[in-house]
Design a protein around this ligand. Structure first.
Ligand code: AMP
Ligand code: ZN
Ligand code: FE
Ligand code: FE
Length: 293
């Protein structure tokens, strides 16, 4: 007898800019019969312990998903922004946590500057309110992102939706935008490897010349590419599978779930990589760990 083994390896929680707590996410994953989920918050691993605790026995119970520790790092390149997913990293690694704390501080400083820009152009919101929206169950210090500012703008009546706030004010080139410190794509891969994880290029379709970027990053030790993702259309997926076959990359996938969509829909668990992808990522991570020691 075979059961469907659905997995989802890309999602965000309230530890960064997701709208559901890690505990909620695990409950939703259980309802959807997902066997494995990866928590991949922006610049923080703080949601992972809660998810693991919520999935009480880490997947050994029939209906509890196994939790893969992950991260999503933003890297910057002249060829466009590149997001790098890290899987199975050692979340106790001191260098990793020091670096992530620095990124989160930079996110907070930048959010303050965006709020100042908004004030200057006649849309005052309180920075304190942005911090409240970003807070993880009352806890400060999570990864603050532009979506939190967008939500404060919606509350204040300056925007109709998160997308609307980005399109008119928060995206690069728009009046309130402020850039922040980011790694190079190679730097992101190196940090993930030094932390004992496997590095996967996220949603390649969002990078204009993704083919060239994948080939370039193979040189830097890229372990995989995200093939199944809402941003990748059928052609892109086909092309990515071809690249992965040529360069020996792991093909991954996930929903990049942040919360309910415009129509209230929940995409969690709707974008599935092959069920054993998490194992391939774990093996790649173990190789990097062996090399690190
Ligand atoms: P930040 O981390 O502050 O750079 O914000 C990036 C996050 O904002 C992404 O991870 C998405 O969740 C969200 N985002 C980026 N662009 C848009 C957009 N055009 N519309 C809605 N959300 C967006
Ligand atoms: Zn996000
Ligand atoms: Fe991303
Ligand atoms: Fe993401």
């Amino acid at each position: 007898m075979s059961v469907s083994l659905r997995t989802d390896l890309h999602m965000h929680t309230t530890a960064s800019d997701g709208q559901f707590s890690p505990t909620d996410i695990v409950a939703m994953a259980r309802e959807r019969h997902l066997t494995v989920i990866a928590i991949t918050d922006h610049d923080t691993t703080d949601g992972i312990a809660e998810a693991q605790a919520a999935s009480r026995i880490s997947g050994s119970h029939l209906h509890d998903p196994m939790i893969v520790p992950g991260i999503e790092l933003s890297a910057e390149d002249s060829g466009g922004d590149v997001h790098m997913l890290g899987y199975w990293l050692n979340i106790e690694d001191a260098e990793l946590q020091t670096t992530l704390a620095r990124f989160r501080q930079d996110r907070a400083d930048r959010a303050k500057r965006i709020v100042e820009n908004l004030e200057r152009i006649g849309m005052p919101i309180r920075y304190e309110r942005v911090l409240e929206i970003a807070a993880v169950s009352g806890k400060r210090g999570g990864a603050i992102g532009r979506p939190h500012i967008a939500r404060a703008m919606i509350e204040a009546g300056y925007a109709d939706s998160i997308i609307d706030a980005f399109n008119r004010w928060l995206s690069p080139g728009m009046p309130a935008y402020v850039a922040r410190e980011r790694l190079s794509p190679e730097g992101a891969i190196a940090l993930i490897h030094r932390s004992g994880g496997a590095a996967v290029m996220a949603h390649p379709a969002k990078v204009p010349e993704y083919r060239a970027m994948v080939i370039r990053l193979v040189e830097a030790g890229l372990d995989g590419v995200e093939v199944v993702h809402p941003a990748n259309d059928a052609n892109t997926r086909l092309e990515l599978r071809g690249l992965a076959a040529i360069y020996g990359l792991i093909t991954t996938g996930g929903s990049d779930f942040h919360g309910r969509g415009e129509n209230g829909e929940i995409s969690l668990g709707q974008y599935n990589p092959p069920p054993d992808t998490w194992r391939a990522l774990q093996a790649a991570a173990e190789n990097h760990r062996a090399r690190n020691t």
